[in-house]
Ligand binder design. Structure first.
Ligand code: 1GP
Length: 246
């Protein structure tokens, strides 16, 4: 597990990490995308997540992963379904959407994907994925999630502990791409205290560095941003720099 080791050793040193999410569906111009990638890598982003709720054809995912290969940063698949399995990536976030009403998103897609993952030899990062906050996000609608209310962190703790006890190496609190509000720091804090050394990823709706800092100060180990990289690259760079200074 090269990618896991890289993340684990960073977290164990007390570093905070940043992942840049790239949704292949939203990339129109590869040249512009490559320029943006150069900027986030120079700012210190630690990995590129490739995927989204509405998957595109595997060719599109492979094309993005190939571009990422030109930079010195790992690519990690972040698939919405088994169509996102590109063989050239470094690893896959094997996400079980724990608070989905549909078993497909908890374990069904995984059964379809697992033999393929084994065959193409992707490193697997087992992740308990918990959707929080707004029900109108793509991940919530497509994943048939019952998003946890922001004012009920105790339910988040219960889900996150279940993920830890099931042996998952990561817990991912997801507000959904473009969420109006990111996961609140008090929610993050309660979850991190409960899961202790299990790695906590937080993403969705993080648009400015002060919010990002509040979330890492509350205990997130890894912050994910997507939309801000597409829409306001300078703000994305500020977020990355602020996190990397921690
Ligand atoms: C990753 O879905 C998020 O967890 C990304 O969200 O696009 O709002 O940054 P944004």
């Amino acid at each position: 597990g090269k990618v896991y080791e890289m993340i684990r050793s960073g977290v164990d040193k007390g570093l905070k990490l940043h992942f840049t999410l790239v949704d292949p569906e939203k990339i129109e111009n590869l040249k512009e995308f490559s320029n943006a990638l150069r900027k986030v890598v120079d700012a210190g982003t630690d990995a590129i997540l490739v995927g989204g709720s509405l998957q595109v054809y595997v060719d599109d995912v492979e094309r993005i992963v190939k571009l990422v290969e030109e930079f010195n940063v790992p690519s990690i698949l972040f698939p919405g379904n088994p169509m996102g399995l590109a063989r050239n990536a470094d690893a896959i976030l094997f996400i079980s959407l724990l608070n989905s009403d549909d078993p497909y998103y908890i374990v069904g897609a995984h059964v379809t994907a697992a033999p393929l993952i084994k065959r193409i030899g992707l490193e697997v990062l087992p992740t308990g994925y918990i959707v929080v906050g707004n029900a109108n996000t793509s991940v919530s609608v497509i994943g048939k999630a019952r998003p946890l209310p922001y004012d009920k962190p105790g339910i988040g703790v219960a889900y996150a502990l279940a993920a830890k006890f099931l042996g998952m190496k990561f817990v991912y609190l997801e507000a959904g791409s473009g969420a109006p509000q990111p996961v609140p720091p008090y929610f993050v804090e309660k979850v991190k205290k409960a899961i202790d050394d299990t790695i906590l990823i937080v993403g969705g709706g993080i648009r400015d560095y002060s919010k990002a800092l509040e979330i890492v100060n509350a205990g997130a180990d890894i912050i994910v941003t997507g939309t801000v990289v597409e829409e306001k690259i300078d703000d994305a760079i500020k977020i990355i720099s602020a996190i990397k200074k921690k």
